[in-house]
Design a protein around this ligand. Structure first.
Ligand SMILES: [Zn+2]
Length: 292
């Protein structure tokens, strides 16, 4: 399980099912990230995950909600009108995070080009998030390790993850945001940490503080949102150099402690004028740090 001795190249999860021909970044950008990985990081293996199943999702979502997500009553998603391809995308991206857990338990590091996860609660979807693949990944990891940390550095708070997992004493929830959207209330100071950063010069210090709150976890799930970047929808002044350093610090933290770690892409948008290719290039920073 020692990541420092990982003998094989980084293996991450993605399939064509993740993407639709059009729609929000959540269902369109990962194809471009995969292309960028193949172009710039040819040693990284990209493998197709097994889609999430209704049965395993019962560990993190209400049965009645899952029925709707799977198409009952006309279907329900947080990404617009229900369709078979959209459901397939949601199940593939959710399964990618779960498969990343298995790979990281073998090799030390993995990830999935998944987004649209952390706002989904036990019985609802919101903010482009229909199913909470982070929570599913936590459940998967807890089958093999005693404790799991979720580090959520997406621009927005991970209220859905907290809705599902806040009461589990084996789970540490650590969240640094630059927006109060989906804010949640930490109820256990030993296991919960939420900080909303308002100044770019405090961002990396807040990341260090967050990492300090993860000390002792035996597995780390990193929601690596790029929407904290000022040009990708986040906090003005948080630039690519800061994001690159953020990714380096997260990986170095896990590496130095021999904690298996996985990433998910999470947010990253064209709201401030970036092209989808530029958004994908930001996400490539996460894969680069994990591949280093
Ligand atoms: Zn976000």
């Amino acid at each position: 399980m020692k990541s420092s001795s990982a003998p094989r190249p980084l293996r991450i999860h993605y399939s064509e099912a993740f993407c639709l021909p059009s729609g929000p970044e959540t269902v369109t950008k990962s194809r471009l990230v995969a292309q960028a990985v193949r172009r710039h990081l040819p040693s990284v293996e990209i493998v197709a995950p097994a889609p999430a199943t209704k049965e395993e999702l019962l560990a993190v979502h209400e049965a009645s909600y899952l029925e709707k997500v799977f198409g009952a009553d006309g279907g329900s998603t947080a990404l617009g009108e229900w369709s078979e391809p959209l459901l397939a995308s949601i199940l593939a991206t959710t399964g990618g995070v779960r498969d990343a857990v298995d790979e990281a338990l073998r090799s030390g590091r993995s990830g999935s080009l998944s987004s649209g996860l952390h706002h989904a609660g036990r019985s609802y979807g919101t903010g482009y998030c229909t199913l909470n693949g982070l929570a599913l990944a936590v459940v998967r990891a807890l089958e093999r390790v005693p404790s799991v940390g979720v580090l959520d550095l997406d621009a927005h708070c991970g209220g859905g993850t907290a809705d599902i997992l806040a009461q589990d004493p084996r789970v540490r929830l650590v969240d640094v945001s630059v927006s109060s959207f989906d804010q949640w209330t930490p109820s256990d100071p030993r296991r919960h940490h939420l900080r909303i950063v308002k100044r770019p010069d405090q961002y990396l210090e807040a990341v260090d503080e967050a990492l300090g709150r993860l000390e002792g976890v035996s597995f780390l799930i990193y929601n690596a949102g790029m929407d904290a970047h000022g040009e990708a929808g986040g906090l003005e002044g948080v630039d690519t150099a800061i994001i690159r350093e953020r990714e380096r610090r997260v990986v170095a933290w896990a590496e130095s402690r021999h904690v298996p770690v996985i990433f998910a892409l999470a947010g990253g948008y064209r709201w401030a004028g970036l092209t989808l290719e530029q958004v994908a290039d930001l996400h490539l920073e996460t894969v680069k740090a994990f591949a280093a």
